[in-house]
Design a protein around this ligand. Structure first.
Ligand SMILES: [Zn+2]
Ligand SMILES: [Zn+2]
Length: 97
């Protein structure tokens, strides 16, 4: 009698625990994904520093044509002055990085 009364309760309790664990795992995965997306967002917003062989430390880059700030693409950039493709040079010593 007592056992029969307990069984349904235990079953719901068990599935509830499963749902809770699943929900927590889901939330954790969501938080992790949000963190990764946030890090990528921050990294894309932050001006990229390059190692200049001549200055010997991390420097910001400029375009080789106008020595203006560059919107960086992979291995090259867009000069914000003339809106054309340019190579990246050290903002301090104007040598290619
Ligand atoms: Zn330099
Ligand atoms: Zn330019």
């Amino acid at each position: 009698m007592g056992l029969l009364q307990l069984l349904p309760f235990q079953e719901t309790g068990g599935s509830l625990a499963c749902i809770t664990v699943g929900a927590i795992l889901g939330i954790l995965v969501l938080i992790l994904l949000a963190l990764m997306a946030y890090q990528r967002y921050v990294a894309s917003r932050r001006p990229v520093q390059h190692l200049c062989d001549y200055c010997g430390h991390m420097v910001s880059v400029a375009s080789d044509c106008h020595h203006a700030p560059v919107r960086e693409k992979f291995l090259h950039g867009i000069c914000t002055e003339c809106k054309r493709e340019c190579r990246l040079v050290c903002a301090k010593c104007k040598r290619p990085v």
